[in-house]
Each structure stands twice: as structure tokens, then as C-alpha cells.
Design a binder for this molecule. Structure first.
Ligand code: AMP
Ligand code: MG
Length: 405
């Protein structure tokens, strides 16, 4: 065993360094049907008002409020998509259906339930008020209004809004191209047969899922052995068309840990160890032409927690999201969390609503090999270093991964 030459960096400082060295990758114009979950990278302003025309909110009769309480001659009908072409004048009305354009001259709609129809005439109630029962032009969206600010994650409502405004494409952040590689002589392909001391390469699948969820376009490089030359070859081929390299394993101080020297030889290592549990050997390097590399620890929980803390915010910055971090929510501790002397610990918890509070409960043993500590977890509670820990009943902020269903 060697002693690591890398200083232990505060987790917050390391996260800041990662973001300082990552930048927006630029945008592309994408058909609306493919925009779900992507970041809008320019402000979208309404090119026209919604609705464009005054349209009825109910089924009834388009009339003039001045004719309230009278019996009116019915001139025709305005249905959705089939507007009435004439004018509603004093003493007249037009039948109107929900979504039908309010005819010229009419200033309100009397609801079907409130009128009496007799042949070609309709008696409307007293007390009609101009402006009722229809949507005025621009009532939903005014022309020029900011409807989708740059940095917004596009969900069903934003996509619907863009479609309502007749925008077939939106400008979104380019997806980062990520090359993902596992390292370790003990690793076997998923589905393969395992010899003594061998394990399946589970990090690849966990990290592939995490990367995709964060918007990355992933290229799988497979497993690299614990030998410098094959590792170097795999990495240099992969970097030809990747923005980001993500590796797992091979970053601790054992003699087979080759990722740090490799990154040093092809770039600049900014972070080689962090005061974080799990995830102490996390490594971050910049390569040429703005590319970056993340050497994640091999232990499955360490690789996913360091992904959350360092990689996900960076991928979001590359794509132009305004919000880089997971939401922080105030939670009440439902258990005593022990602190680690020198390192911030991210304790995996489930959350449960109790009265006005969200209460955090431990997922059990926090061993960095125990994926069960993260499976089903709702949040990560930050336990500051020292000897205090967080006591049951105290309040703290939790990084929310998923809210309880
Ligand atoms: P390392 O950082 O390479 O020393 O790995 C630390 C621990 O994580 C070892 O027990 C490895 O077997 C385990 N590990 C490394 N890579 C993976 C992987 N891709 N999938 C699952 N476990 C892994
Ligand atoms: Mg290894």
C-alpha cells in the first residue's frame, strides 16, 4: 500500500471545483416530441396570445348583456372550429358551443341551463354581465409573455404549452456524451459465470441508469483490467467522441489502482481524495478541449453517492439546467446518526410524513458495499464531521432523491 499523495479536499470545495471546470455544451433545435426531460436553453416567449380569439367556456347562447331578460331571435350557431360569420345585434343571439368563437357584437354567453328555447327564439335571464362565460383573447397567455424561462426542465405541461403556441421545435441543451468504464480484474459481465473471488460488474448498470436519468448519452466501454496499457488504450479510443469519461474502481491507494496515474498522464487531476463518506477516493480531472473525467470509487454505494454529489450537478450544468442540485428539504431526525471524525457523511434515509414534519429514518448499515442502504432511500442526510453527529429529534436539511410515494 502506498500513502496517497492527494490532499483530502472538503466535499463542498470539491463540488465547487467540479462545477468551475465544467461548462455548457451548447444547444440544439429538437422536435417537441423528443423534448421531454430536457433543459430549455433559451427563454420561450409567446408568439401569439392564447386564446387568439374570444372563445366560449360553456354551451349556451352568445348575446349582448344589454338584452338580458328578453326573448331573442336565434341567428345561427358557433361551434368549435366552425365560427358563426354574422353579427349578433340587438334582439338577436347565436347558439354557441364550448370552444366556439364569440360572434362579433356579442359580449357574453348565457348558459344553456339558464335559458328557455322556443323554436327559433331564446329567452335569456335578467342580470347578464358583459365578459362572462367566455375566455378573452390573451386570458391564458399574452403575446410576448415569457412562458418557458431558459434553464427549465421540459415536462408535459411545458411541452403542451409550446404545442398550443404552435412551436414545433425547442432549443434544448445538447446531451453530454459520456464514456462509461468499469475497472477491476474481479469483474465479470452481467449474466456470466462467476469464479471464486469474482463479482458481476454491477456499477456499470447502476451508473448507466444514473447517467441516463441525468440526461447523458452513454457509451459503454465495458470492463478494463487492472493493467495500465489496456486501460490507457480503452480510454484514448473512448475519448475520441466523448465529452465526459466516467470510470468506477481503481482509484484507491492499492497497487492495482491505476486510474489516477492514467488521468494524470492525459490531463490535470484537481481532486484526488475528498472528506466524504462514502466516496473518499473520488477523483476529478480535466482533459484537453474542455473534457472532464470522473474517477468514481469502486464500492457500489460510493460510486452512486459521488455520482449524486459531483457528477449529476456537472451534467446538468453542461445541459443548461438552471437548477443543478437536488432539492433540500428540512427533515426531523428519527434516529441518532453518528458522525465520522474527518469526513462529511451522507447517510441514506427514508422519509415519512409525521404531522407537519418529514421524518428521516436510517436505511440500516451504511457500509459502502451495501446497495440495500441506497435502494428505496428517499434522501441523503448530511452528517457534519466531528464527534457530535445528528441526534434524534433535531432538524437538518436532506438532499431529496425521491419523495415517498
Ligand atoms: P476499487 O476501488 O477498485 O479498489 O474497488 C473497491 C471495491 O469495489 C472492491 O470490493 C471492488 O470489487 C468493488 N467494485 C469495483 N468495481 C465494481 C463494479 N464495477 N461493480 C461492483 N463492484 C465493484
Ligand atoms: Mg479495483
Amino acid at each position: 500500500m502506498r500513502v496517497s499523495a492527494y490532499p483530502l479536499v472538503d466535499a463542498e470545495v470539491a463540488a465547487g471545483l467540479v462545477l468551475d471546470h465544467t461548462s455548457f455544451l451548447g444547444h440544439e433545435l429538437v422536435p417537441l416530441g423528443e423534448c421531454l426531460g430536457r433543459a430549455a436553453t433559451e427563454d420561450v416567449r409567446a408568439p401569439a396570445s392564447l386564446p387568439a380569439d374570444p372563445v366560449s367556456a360553456v354551451d349556451g347562447f352568445a348575446v349582448r348583456a344589454a338584452d338580458a331578460g328578453q326573448t331573442l331571435r336565434v341567428l345561427g350557431e358557433s361551434a368549435a372550429g366552425r365560427p358563426f360569420v354574422g353579427q349578433v345585434e340587438a334582439g338577436t343571439a347565436a347558439r354557441i358551443l364550448t370552444g366556439g368563437v364569440l360572434p362579433g357584437g356579442a359580449d357574453c354567453v348565457a348558459m344553456f341551463e339558464d335559458v328557455r328555447v322556443d323554436g327559433e327564439t331564446v329567452s335569456v335571464p335578467a342580470g347578464l354581465r358583459a365578459g362572462t362565460n367566455f375566455h378573452a383573447p390573451g386570458a391564458d397567455v399574452r403575446e410576448g409573455e415569457l412562458v418557458i424561462p431558459a434553464g427549465t426542465k421540459l415536462g408535459p405541461a411545458e411541452i403542451g404549452l409550446a404545442a398550443a403556441l404552435n412551436l414545433p421545435r425547442l432549443r434544448v441543451g445538447r446531451r453530454p456524451r459520456v464514456a462509461l468504464m468499469s475497472t477491476g480484474d474481479e469483474l465479470v459481465e452481467l449474466g456470466g459465470s462467476l469464479g471464486r473471488g469474482q463479482i458481476t460488474d454491477s456499477n456499470r448498470w447502476a451508473l448507466l441508469a444514473a447517467l441516463r436519468e441525468a440526461g447523458a448519452d452513454v457509451r459503454l466501454l465495458g470492463i478494463a483490467p487492472d493493467e495500465p496499457e489496456p486501460l490507457r488504450k480503452l480510454v484514448s479510443t473512448a475519448l475520441a467522441d466523448a465529452d465526459v469519461l466516467v470510470t468506477s474502481g481503481g482509484v484507491s491507494v492499492g497497487t492495482h489502482d491505476l486510474v489516477k496515474p492514467l488521468l494524470e498522464s492525459i490531463g490535470t487531476v484537481h481532486v484526488g481524495r475528498v472528506k466524504l463518506k462514502p466516496g473518499k477516493p473520488f477523483t476529478f480531472a480535466t482533459l484537453d478541449s474542455g473534457r472532464v473525467a470522473f474517477g468514481l470509487p469502486g464500492f457500489p454505494v460510493s460510486s452512486l453517492v459521488t455520482f449524486e454529489v459531483f457528477v449529476r450537478p456537472a451534467l446538468r450544468k453542461m445541459q443548461g439546467y438552471a437548477q443543478l442540485q437536488r432539492p433540500l428539504l428540512r427533515v426531523r431526525m428519527g434516529f441518532d446518526a453518528q458522525a465520522t471524525a474527518e469526513r462529511t457523511e451522507y447517510h441514506r434515509v427514508t422519509l415519512k410524513k409525521e404531522g407537519p414534519d418529514l421524518v428521516a429514518f436510517t436505511t440500516g448499515s451504511q457500509s459502502s458495499s451495501r446497495l440495500m442502504s441506497l435502494a428505496g432511500a428517499h434522501a441523503l442526510v448530511r452528517v457534519p464531521p466531528g464527534d457530535q453527529g445528528l441526534k434524534a429529534g433535531s432538524f437538518t436539511e436532506a438532499l431529496v432523491l425521491a419523495l415517498p410515494a
